[in-house]
Design a protein around this ligand. Structure first.
Ligand SMILES: Cc1cc2nc3c(=O)[nH]c(=O)nc-3n(C[C@H](O)[C@H](O)[C@H](O)COP(=O)(O)O)c2cc1C
Length: 181
């Protein structure tokens, strides 16, 4: 697929086939994430792959409770969940930059890396869905993360079992302007 085809065909997939994703393919996605740019090259992320069904489902039982229950089916249904963890504020240089500029570079870095992963998955015929709606405190406990590391986002991964229509996007005129806001 060309880059344009990958970008245009990607959808958030919430139903997956009951089929194992080989680690070799998961690692191709992670390699795309690894090559992403980051502020001061700080690479402030770590990816925890939950590809053991019992572990993944137990994670889902923990993090999709109460307010977050509506995303549980998605997590349970995915073959793999990738827990994207970041060290708060990135490294010392980006932390300083963040204090001065007020921009959370480490979250931008994480978003870029994860979208690299997502687009590579699409290239390999795999589906993904970003999941931001989960109990991050429970995820931290389950994954035994160090005190300064947070699980910011989850990525569901697997072979798609649905073909969703494209979701609407804003018009160009609503998101871009030249030379002034
Ligand atoms: C940061 C982020 C968090 C998201 N969290 C969730 C989520 O918790 N549950 C969910 O079903 N979809 C989630 N999504 C998927 C969006 O709903 C989806 O990308 C959007 O509706 C556009 O649809 P599309 O991805 O099919 O183009 C999230 C997407 C992003 C980028």
């Amino acid at each position: 697929m060309t880059l344009d085809e990958i970008i245009k065909s990607r959808r958030s997939i919430r139903k997956y086939q009951d089929k194992t994703v080989p680690r070799e393919l998961i690692e191709q996605c992670l390699e795309a994430a690894r090559l992403a740019p980051s502020a001061c090259n700080s690479q402030p992320y770590r990816f925890v792959i939950l590809d053991d069904k019992a572990t993944k489902n137990s994670f889902c039982e923990n993090v999709f409770t109460g307010l977050y229950a509506n995303c549980k089916n998605l997590g349970m249904n995915a073959s793999v969940l990738i827990a994207v963890c970041t060290k708060a504020g990135g490294n010392i240089t980006t932390r300083l930059g963040q204090v001065i500029s007020g921009t959370k570079f480490y979250l931008i870095d994480t978003g870029i890396a994860v979208e690299h992963l997502v687009l590579k998955a699409q290239d390999l015929g795999l589906g993904t869905c970003w999941i931001g709606w989960f109990n991050t405190k429970k995820a931290k406990k389950f994954l035994k993360l160090p005190f300064d590391v947070k699980c910011e986002i989850l990525i569901a991964l697997g072979y798609p079992d649905e073909e969703p229509s494209p979701r609407p996007r804003k018009e160009f005129k609503d998101i871009i302007s030249y030379n002034k806001y």
